[in-house]
Write a new protein. Structure first.
Lengths: 153, 241
């Protein structure tokens, strides 16, 4: 045995190796099994269950996030197409109203022109009628004057 | 005269004296077992209290135990590797907890107040038997880990970079347990002796910083022991290419 006196100890000493060694080894091995069933397994189960739960949730959240992003992109393209569609409709309507306005304007112009023409013609005919009448009256008058003059003579 | 009184003072510290238990033909260091049973009992009570009602939202003691578990897992995982650390985590964790509880228990509890017929109570790791037992368990573990993981290819490790390494690697198998056991034993015993001598010579204030240093050393030694044990196991199961 490795044993020698140290600081005046009567027996044993610091390096007194005896059956304490194997018994301590057995005690530590037993402790390993006890701690494994009492500490490492249950705590490990709880911790790993939670880690799995958390990582599952993270994956799920990531999936949802990517889905949301996809939907958002979808929505954005839809919005874009709706916007261009609206623009198209608006410009179409503008064109149409423009056309309608022009048509109406033309129609009104024509009508106005026609009525103006008609009025002019009427005025002209009335003027000529009046002139005719006037000239007829002038004739009558001149005839009358002539007749009277002739009669007086 | 002074030297003589100093010597008797040292003798009064009762270094190297043991409380012997005689069971049949074998002799045991009773004080080592007494303190280890008290400390391990406290550890087991603490752990069973903490794991009694495990919840998904950890509270109180469960938090502490989960932190400890995580710490030990990280230690085992970084040293042993992702593949087999699970098998060895309880062993590494037990080594860490045993050494830590023994060291701190030895440093924190005023064992000197309890009078024994012979020897005195103290850290179980200040006894060479305990540390050699732990170191031999580590040796057995890494041999077992290497052989069970790689079979006879484990011995490739001895000639790994070149066959020149063979004598050194064989020597290492002896120096590993030797350094493990003596490092722990020496540190803890030295700490107990320093504190004991200082308390004996200057009972006020002066020993306190040394006691704090002792607590620090104790924790570090536990970490070193567990880390080295894990490292040796990791070395044995590592695949060389």
């Amino acid at each position: 045995m490795l044993a020698f006196n140290f600081f005046g100890a009567t027996e044993g000493g610091l390096f007194d190796i005896n059956a304490t060694l194997p018994l301590m080894a057995i005690q530590v091995v037993a402790l390993t099994y006890i701690l494994n069933s009492l500490f490492f397994k249950p705590v490990g189960n709880v911790v790993e269950k939670r880690e799995k739960f958390v990582s599952n949730n993270i994956i799920e959240a990531q999936n949802k996030l990517s889905e949301v992003k996809k939907l958002e992109a979808d929505l954005l393209t839809q919005l874009q197409s709706a916007r261009t569609e609206a623009q198209r409709i608006v410009s179409e309507a503008e064109n149409e109203s423009d056309k309608l306005y022009k048509e109406a304007l033309e129609l009104a112009n024509n009508e106005a022109n026609a009525s103006k023409e008609k009025a002019r013609l009427e005025i002209e005919s009335q003027t000529s009628a009046a002139r005719d009448q006037l000239s007829k009256q002038a004739d009558d008058l001149s005839e009358l004057i002539v007749n009277r003059l002739i009669l007086e003579k | 005269m002074f030297f003589n009184s100093l010597l008797t003072n040292f003798a009064a510290l009762e270094v190297g004296q043991h409380l012997y238990w005689q069971i049949g033909n074998i002799r045991l260091h009773g004080q080592v077992f007494l303190t280890s049973w008290i400390l391990l009992g406290a550890l087991l009570v603490f752990i069973s209290l903490g794991t009694k009602k495990m919840e998904n939202d950890p509270k109180g003691l469960q938090n502490l135990l989960e932190f400890l578990w995580d710490y030990i897992r990280d230690l085992a995982r970084t040293q042993i590797g992702e593949k087999v650390y699970r098998d060895w985590m309880p062993f590494i964790g037990t080594l860490f907890l045993f050494v830590f509880v023994s060291n701190w228990g030895g440093a924190l509890i005023p064992w000197r107040l309890i009078k024994l017929p012979s020897g005195e109570l103290g850290a179980p790791t200040a006894d060479i038997n305990t540390t050699i037992a732990l170191a031999l368990l580590v040796s057995l573990s890494y041999f077992y880990a290497g052989l069970s993981n790689k079979g006879w290819r484990y011995f490739e490790y001895y000639v790994h970079p070149t066959p020149i390494m063979l004598p050194f690697k064989i020597l290492e198998d002896f120096t590993k347990p030797l350094s493990l056991s003596f490092r722990l034993f020496g540190n803890i015993l030295a700490d107990e002796l320093v504190v004991g001598v200082l308390v004996f010579l200057v009972p006020l204030i002066l020993p306190i910083p040394v006691m704090f240093l002792g607590l620090f050393t104790s924790a570090i030694q536990a970490l070193i022991f567990a880390t080295l044990a894990a490292y040796y196991i990791g070395e044995a199961v590592e695949e060389h290419h």
